[in-house]
Design a protein around this ligand. Sequence first.
Ligand code: ARG
Length: 479
Amino acid sequence: MSSNQLDKKSQAWSALFSEPMSELVQRYTASVFFDKRLADADITGSLAHADMLAAQGIISADDLAAIQKGMAQIREEIANGQFEWKLALEDVHLNIEARLTQLVGDAGKRLHTGRSRNDQVATDIRLWLRGEIDLVTGLLRELQTALVDVAAQNVDVILPGFTHLQVAQPVSFAHHLLAYVEMFARDEQRMQDVRRRVNQLPLGSAALAGTTYPLDRERVARTLGMEGVCQNSLDAVSDRDFAIEFAAAASLVMVHISRLSEELILWMSQNFAFIRIADRFTTGSSIMPQKKNPDVPELARGKTGRVVGHLMGLITLMKGQPLAYNKDNQEDKEPLFDTVDTLRDTLRIFVEMIGGQPNTQTGAKESGISVNADAMRAAASRGYATATDLADYLVKKGLPFRDAHEVVAHAVKTAQDQGVDLAELPLATLQGFDARIGADVFEQALTLQASLGARGTLGGTAPAQVQAQMARHRARLAG
Ligand code: ARG
């Protein structure tokens, strides 16, 4: 088929078909308007394939040179927005190949030797996704650094730690933020783990069974910087588990962002007033003049549903497919693209909101989150957050823990009835619950600092532990 035919006819692939597709079917089956996003990966893969074909003597050196020249021009046309994408040519692969043949003639027609769109598309998605994983990994590291920076300024800021959203025990605000650093560190590891399985080469599997040409698949893998070659042609062209894995890892990132968002939203509410989010990340209400709404975290929480939805879509897409390639797989792209876009935008905006942008005058970074340490401390002083500390104090004085628990429950009840905190009960009243309570109880157990300082176990909220964890993260995130 000549390139002219390829251009004009409504079907791109064969003389076998005797009737044209309806416009609706053409639109339904075409992917070019979304998969053109893979153009750069497609050309990179084609160049590696052509280089190998020439090295193996399957095409001539002249053909290779012509393909390289044509592809350079196509890259430029695409970059300049001059490339004419045609629906009739179905997808990114056929569009680029047709243009190449238009530009360089027969050499263009030889490019597809020993290749099928099935191994081609699988290669393209992997190449593209590998690049996106690297960008996401960079953003995850930036976000961790931003959180560590804010944590460093808040080691001595105390807020109530919650379980069941009920005041539980006081914790350092830095410790709280470092919990998210741990989550995003695991997300980073997960992305790296997924990357190893994404970075395997399907090309050379051809349509499904391998090919009759003496291809050097290892060479193509090396050229493309891939870590290995897919070892079964049927599997290589058909499974998209690597995309599903990525969507799962992306969903977890979003779930972590969503948890953080939920806290930011709660903390910004007047009833907590723990933080203020800078105006540039909030919006007003069209009817209530006093409102400032935390739209950014709310949208991030909302968009989490969208990414988790894509994971469900992709995994369901795979489930009923017999070997090998089926057109179903064309449906992998839009969810994958949207997952990447949503994830990258969300991470970027969180880096900006938490880490801040450099001030144009001073150059210093100003976080979009400002902390109201007094409100946090006041909240930690309500709700009997140091009750466990009083129990631990009594245990150190020889009382079995269960008995100490009971004694403190009585003390809390009395304090509640009087509307005061434990630390506000007179020593004599406290001693009425247990004679072992001494004047040192305030210093040792009932103050917020004492409570924090006592939790020096590895991973605990004591300032020394928090400093040690912060140093570990800084070393890990350096460079
Ligand atoms: N556009 C197709 C996809 O995204 C490319 C592979 C088509 N292969 C085929 N035999 N129809 O999956």
